[in-house]
Write a new protein. Structure first.
Length: 254
């Protein structure tokens, strides 16, 4: 894809959703780190349901170590691979306390040295918790990178490196969320909704889905979806804290 088309792609996504945010709910870098570790091969919805019960009980390395692996499994057993994840989270907590004073390190190498943390998890934490312009490649971004021709490839790490290189500087901070949300809600795996895609004219995908009648979705599924700028401009400010807003959502009675 040509540089001018890449810039135009991000420009359109930015206009549609100017303040994208993570759909994982957290109120500290540590809560985010654990949530991202739990989200591997699982949905954000399932992780949020589990952490909504876990975090009021244990949301620091000290408290999770005190809780123990067996009890932790009870809180996260609805998430795939929960036994392995519980083991990794406990080991991760121990290492944070021993090597980092209980704090999440603002360093890629230190993050990737933690149990259960790879490049993708490290990139999410660096981007969301610390505001670094990193791009984590999950299944949605992998699909978009190849379908659109933005950064085709077979290796997620190589695609991540390429995306970080070709994404124009003004768009790097939010690129991860624009791409992942677009893949989750528009450029879907089985049936991409090309008829309502704002970047369709730039996309190289040959088998575009023809025009179809959009089916309204429940309001509960709209979190993180592209917003109506006129309606949303009064409610969102560019500097709003993701962690703060997520904490408020998590603590509200359901």
């Amino acid at each position: 894809m040509k540089p001018a088309d890449i810039a135009e792609l991000y420009r359109r996504l930015a206009i549609r959703n100017p303040n994208p945010r993570s759909e994982l709910e957290y109120s500290s870098p540590f809560e985010l780190l654990v949530a991202v570790v739990l989200s591997a091969q699982a949905t954000d919805v399932s992780v949020n349901k589990a952490t909504a019960l876990l975090y009021p009980v244990a949301n620091t390395p000290e408290k999770l170590l005190a809780l123990g692996e067996e009890k932790l499994r009870g809180y996260i057993k609805t998430i795939g691979l929960y036994q392995t994840k519980a083991k990794n989270v406990i080991a991760l907590c121990r290492q944070l306390l021993e090597l980092h004073g209980g704090h999440v390190p603002h360093d890629r190498a230190a993050l990737e040295a933690l149990p259960g943390v790879g490049r993708k998890t490290a990139n999410v934490v660096l981007n969301v918790a610390f505001g670094e312009p990193t791009i984590a490649v999950d299944t949605h971004i992998f699909r978009i990178a190849n379908r659109t021709g933005l950064a085709p490839g077979t290796n997620p790490d190589k695609i991540s490196e390429k995306l970080e290189k070709i994404t124009p500087e003004p768009y790097r901070l939010h690129a991860h969320h624009w791409l992942i949300l677009h893949g989750r809600y528009v450029c879907k795996a089985r049936t991409p909704e090309c008829w309502r895609c704002v970047i369709s004219s730039l996309c190289r995908y040959k088998d575009k889905t023809p025009v179809a009648e959009a089916v309204p979705e429940p309001a509960s599924r709209l979190r993180g979806r592209p917003v109506d700028l006129k309606k949303d401009s009064k409610n969102n400010s560019p500097g709003q804290s993701t962690a703060t807003s997520a904490a408020k959502r998590r603590r509200q009675p359901r």
